[in-house]
Design a binder for this molecule. Structure first.
Ligand SMILES: Cc1ncc(COP(=O)(O)O)c(C=O)c1O
Length: 363
């Protein structure tokens, strides 16, 4: 069986270092925030070239706390894409604000900047572009629109740590960036974890308080926050893995290049924007007869996934927003056609060749 990701293979390749890091935390007795988290924050900030990084409990919380830090609340509107994981827009609704969806560009699967302007009004407070699958959204046009209209840009970089937009790593090109360390992400921990990244001292200070119940010091609460602390075991694991992230990213890109070579005349392969570096958290093709291909691959022992089968505007959870079928044609079409193939650093060339051969056979 070829899995979609192989987290056991990754653990086995760095087992001694990971075990040592976990034991270091167990012996320290310091389990929540503390030195490991501080060190990880410094190392992530340095890796991304950002001024501040703040560890939080998940990618979802990174988004939630960022919106909270900008005071987004009831009556406000936030523009985002309907073709993403639900967390991106769920946090908008949790704060009482309204997600306003804008369709995607069919090539990149990311929010189409040319369709954003018509959705901006006096209630609009922010835009959340998602760097889907590991490919940066078209940030220049998004940031220009945001500046013209006094909006914040919150990058959902959950799937794209290390991805580059015009030579700069994503996550602090907009006002703030949100990362997820969910196990299957390019940098994943052994549980839940996330990080907010920003170049703004003011925002960093607020996020630090918000993640510990709005407090600046113990039992002194300056604002309403929540418990969203990263724990030391996850931080220690991530510090080990961060050292390998560049080589793992290179391996993912190499896998993608081989898939591209073998599949370019068979299916629609991922498009990589000029001046950008895609980090292929997902290697996602587009096909007409997806279910037939999926079930054939499954029979032959190859796992695949669909990211995502129902666009957010058609989810029951968002039915109150009043969108209907046909509201966002490109997102709906992508939901019917996308198919993610196995891609992880340890995946072998022969596995990729086998998967490509099977796809050729079924197509
Ligand atoms: C695009 C996107 N946004 C947000 C999230 C939420 O991250 P987490 O699962 O760490 O809460 C994820 C990850 O699952 C994601 O893929």
């Amino acid at each position: 069986m070829i899995p979609l990701v192989d987290l056991k293979a990754q653990y086995n390749s760095i087992k001694d270092e990971i075990d040592e890091a976990i034991h270091r935390v167990l012996k320290s007795g310091e389990f929540i925030l503390g030195k490991e988290v501080e060190k990880l924050e410094e190392e992530i900030a340095e890796y991304l070239g950002a001024r501040y990084a703040i560890g939080v409990a998940s990618g979802t919380d990174a988004l939630y706390l960022s919106l909270l830090a900008y005071g987004i609340s009831f009556g406000d509107e936030v523009i985002t894409t309907p073709f993403t994981f639900i967390a991106t827009s769920e946090v908008i609704s949790l704060l009482g604000a309204r997600p306003v969806f804008v369709d995607i560009s069919p090539k990149t699967y990311n929010i189409d900047p040319s369709k954003i302007k018509e959705c901006i009004n006096s209630r609009t407070k922010a835009i959340i572009p998602v760097h889907l699958y590991g490919q940066p959204a078209e940030l220049d046009s998004i940031i220009e629109l945001a500046k013209e209209n006094n909006l914040k840009v919150i990058e959902d970089a959950a799937q794209s740590i290390g991805a580059e937009y015009k030579g700069k790593k994503v996550g602090h090109i907009g006002d703030v960036g949100c990362f997820s360390f969910f196990p299957s992400k390019n940098l994943g921990c052994f549980g839940d974890g996330g990080m907010v990244v920003t170049d703004s001292e003011e925002v960093a200070r607020k996020i630090r308080m918000l993640r510990t119940h709005g407090s600046s010091e113990k039992y002194v609460h300056l604002m309403i926050g929540k418990n969203s602390r990263l724990d030391a075991i996850q931080a220690a694991i991530l510090r080990v893995k961060l050292k390998y992230l560049q080589s793992w990213t290179d391996a993912r890109r190499k896998n993608a290049a081989l898939y591209n070579e073998l599949l370019k005349d068979v299916v629609e392969i991922p498009y990589e924007m000029n001046d950008c570096k895609h980090v292929y958290n997902q290697y996602t093709i587009r096909v007409d007869n997806r279910e037939r291909i999926r079930s054939f691959l499954k029979k032959k022992g190859v796992s695949t996934a669909v990211h995502y089968p129902i666009p957010l505007h058609l989810q029951k959870a968002f039915s109150h927003l009043g969108y209907e079928k046909g509201s966002f044609k490109e997102s709906e079409k992508a939901s019917r056609e996308v198919l993610s193939l196995p891609n992880y650093p340890e995946l072998s060339e022969s596995d990729i060749q086998r998967i490509a051969m099977l796809i050729k056979e079924v197509v």
